[in-house]
Design a protein around this ligand. Structure first.
Ligand code: NAP
Length: 482
C-alpha cells in the first residue's frame, strides 16, 4: 500500500511559512470508514486569516507582473506535481473522505487536468479593439487579475473543487487564500505544498484550516479580498452573498442541487440503468450533481425499477481502500441520520421500499444503497438535497408532466434525461431549467466545459473558457487625439 504520510501537512501555509494556530489548538481529522484519527490540523481564526490575506496582498503585484511564460511554466509544474503524487494523493483523499479509491484517483486526475487547462487558458486572456465612432481615437478593452481571491470549499470533492478555483486564479495572475472543509483539510493543505514544489513565490498560495465562522468572517469583511469563490451549501452561500455586499466583492457560487433524472419510454434501458447507478451512487450519493429524483415514464417504469434495484442491491459497500469497493462510508453521523429521517418520511407517505432501507451491517457510517419507488412530491426528498445513497423513483405519463416536475424546485444545477428522440432532446434543452444537462450520459464534467448552476444553485462558471473570466477585471481605455 502506498503511504501518503509524506504529503500530510499538520500546519497552515501563510506567507510562505508553515505555522500552527495562534491558540495552539488543533482539529482532529478522522477516517470515516474506521473512525480513527489520521492527522491533526490547526484551528486557525480571524487573526491568522488577516495575516494570510496580508501575505496574499503583498505578493500580488509582483506575481501579477510576472512574464506570462513564467506563470504558465509554474502552472505546468503544478500539474506535473499532482500527477507525480497521484496515488498517495488519492489514498489521502480516501482516508479522510471515504470515497472508493477508483473515484479518488479519478478526482486527483481531474484536478491535474483543470490546472493544465487553465495553464493553457492563461495564454488566451484576450482584450478587444473596438471600432471608434469618431476619427482620432482608439478604443480597447484589456483584462487584469482581480487581486486577492478567497476560496472556500466543501468536503465531498476535497481536491477538484480547489483545482477549479486555484487553477484559474493563478492563471489569471491572482493570489489566493484557501479554506478547505474541516472534514477533509489534508487534501486542501497539500495544495500549499505542491504549489511550493512548483515554484510559486511565498504568499501567492496561502492555506488555512479552522473555524469556518472566524475565517469566513475575516475573509468577507476584509477590503483586501476582491473576490470570493465558494462551493458548498445554498444556505451558507446565501450568507456569503449577503456578506460580500459590505465590500462589494466579486462572487462565484457553486451551491446545492436537486437533479432530476428522466427516463422516457424510448430510452435504452441498459444505458439508463447504468447511468442512474453512477449518477446516484457516486461518492455514496454525496455529490452536488447526484440525481435526487428519478422520473420514469409509465411504459418502462416496472422494467427500469427492477433492473435498477438489482444493480443497486449488488453494489459493494466497503471501506474505500478495499478492493472492488463501490460505495464507501458517509461523511458523518448527521449524514446517516438524515438518510434515516428521509426514508421514514417517504415510507410514512406511501413510498415502497424496493431494496436497502437502513444502516449497513458493516456499522459505523456505512449505509445500505437504497431504492424507494412510488415516490411523490409530498415526500421531503422531493424538495431537499438527499446527499446520500437513497434513490427515489417517481412515475410520470407525459413529457410535459416530466418537465414540469423536474423544474419544480428552487435548484438548477444538473439534470439528466434518457431518450432516443432527438426532437425531444432539443425541447428538453429549451425547457429544463438547469445549468448542466446530460442526455444519455451522466459523466458530463470535464475541464473543457463550463460547470455551474442557475437559480439557487449558484452563479458563475468553473472550467471551460468561461472559467477564468470571474478572476479578471475588464478595463476599457479610450485613447484620443490620435
Ligand atoms: P457547507 O456546510 O456549506 O460547507 C462548505 C464550506 O463552507 C466548508 O469549508 C465550511 O467549513 C465552510 N463554511 C461553513 N460555514 C461557513 C461560514 N459561516 N462562513 C464561511 N465558510 C463557512 O457544505 P458541505 O456540507 O461541506 O458540502 C456539501 C454542499 O456542497 C452540498 O449542498 C453540495 O450540493 C454542495 N456542493 C456544490 C457543488 C457545486 O459545484 N455546485 C460541488 C460540491 C458540493 P467547515 O467545513 O469548517 O464547516
Amino acid at each position: 500500500m502506498t503511504d501518503f504520510s509524506h504529503l500530510v501537512r499538520e500546519a497552515n501555509l501563510i506567507g510562505g511559512a508553515w505555522v500552527g494556530a495562534d491558540s495552539g489548538t488543533m482539529i482532529d481529522v478522522t477516517n470515516p470508514a474506521t473512525g480513527a484519527v489520521i492527522a491533526r490540523v490547526p484551528n486557525a481564526g480571524a487573526d491568522e486569516t488577516r495575516r494570510a490575506i496580508d501575505a496574499a496582498h503583498a505578493a500580488f503585484p509582483a506575481y501579477a507582473a510576472l512574464p506570462l511564460n513564467e506563470r504558465v511554466a509554474m502552472l505546468r509544474r503544478l500539474h506535473q506535481a499532482i500527477l507525480d503524487h497521484q496515488e498517495p494523493l488519492a489514498r489521502m483523499m480516501t482516508a479522510e473522505q471515504g470515497k472508493p479509491l477508483s473515484e479518488a484517483r479519478a478526482e486527483v486526475g481531474s484536478s491535474a487536468a483543470y490546472v493544465l487547462w487553465f495553464a493553457e487558458e492563461a495564454r488566451r486572456i484576450y482584450g478587444e479593439i473596438i471600432p471608434s465612432p469618431v476619427a482620432g481615437r482608439r478604443l480597447m478593452t484589456t483584462k487584469h487579475p482581480v487581486g486577492v481571491v478567497a476560496a472556500i470549499t466543501p468536503w465531498n470533492f476535497p481536491s477538484s473543487m480547489l483545482a477549479r478555483k486555484i487553477g484559474p486564479a493563478l492563471a489569471a495572475g491572482c493570489t489566493v487564500v484557501v479554506k478547505p472543509a474541516s472534514a477533509t483539510p489534508l487534501s486542501g493543505l497539500v495544495w500549499g505544498h505542491l504549489a511550493e514544489q512548483a515554484g510559486f513565490p511565498a504568499g501567492v498560495v496561502n492555506v488555512l484550516t479552522g473555524s469556518a465562522r472566524a475565517i469566513g468572517g475575516e475573509i468577507m469583511t476584509n477590503t483586501k479580498v476582491r473576490k470570493i469563490t465558494f462551493t458548498g451549501s445554498t444556505e451558507i452561500g446565501k450568507d456569503l452573498i449577503r456578506a460580500a455586499a459590505g465590500t462589494v466583492k466579486r462572487v462565484s457560487m457553486e451551491l446545492g442541487g436537486n437533479a432530476p433524472f428522466i427516463v422516457f419510454d424510448d430510452a435504452d434501458l441498459d444505458r439508463a440503468v447504468s447511468g442512474a447507478i453512477t449518477a446516484k451512487f457516486r461518492n455514496a450519493g454525496q455529490t452536488c450533481i447526484c440525481t435526487n429524483r428519478l422520473y420514469v415514464q409509465s411504459g418502462i417504469y416496472d422494467r427500469f425499477t427492477a433492473a435498477f434495484a438489482e444493480r443497486v442491491t449488488a453494489l459493494k459497500v466497503a471501506p474505500g481502500d478495499e478492493d472492488g469497493a463501490e460505495q464507501g462510508p458517509m461523511i458523518d453521523e448527521a449524514a446517516v441520520e438524515k438518510m434515516e429521517n428521509l426514508l421514514a418520511d417517504a415510507l410514512e407517505k406511501g413510498g415502497q421500499l424496493v431494496t436497502g432501507g437502513g444502516r449497513h451491517a458493516r456499522g459505523g457510517l456505512f449505509f445500505q444503497p437504497t431504492v424507494i419507488s412510488d415516490a411523490t412530491p409530498a415526500m421531503r426528498f422531493s424538495s431537499e438535497e438527499i446527499f446520500g445513497p437513497v434513490a427515489a423513483i417517481y412515475k410520470f405519463e407525459t413529457e410535459d408532466q416530466a418537465i414540469s416536475l423536474a423544474n419544480d424546485t428552487e435548484y438548477g444545477l444538473a439534470a439528466y434525461a434518457y431518450t432516443q428522440d432527438m426532437r425531444r432532446v432539443f425541447r428538453l434543452q429549451d425547457q429544463l431549467g438547469y445549468g448542466l444537462l446530460g442526455i444519455n450520459e451522466v459523466l458530463i464534467v470535464t475541464p473543457e466545459a463550463p460547470f455551474g448552476g442557475i437559480k439557487e444553485s449558484g452563479m458563475g462558471r468553473e472550467g471551460g473558457r468561461q472559467g477564468i473570466e470571474d478572476f479578471l477585471d475588464l478595463k476599457y481605455t479610450c485613447i484620443g487625439g490620435l
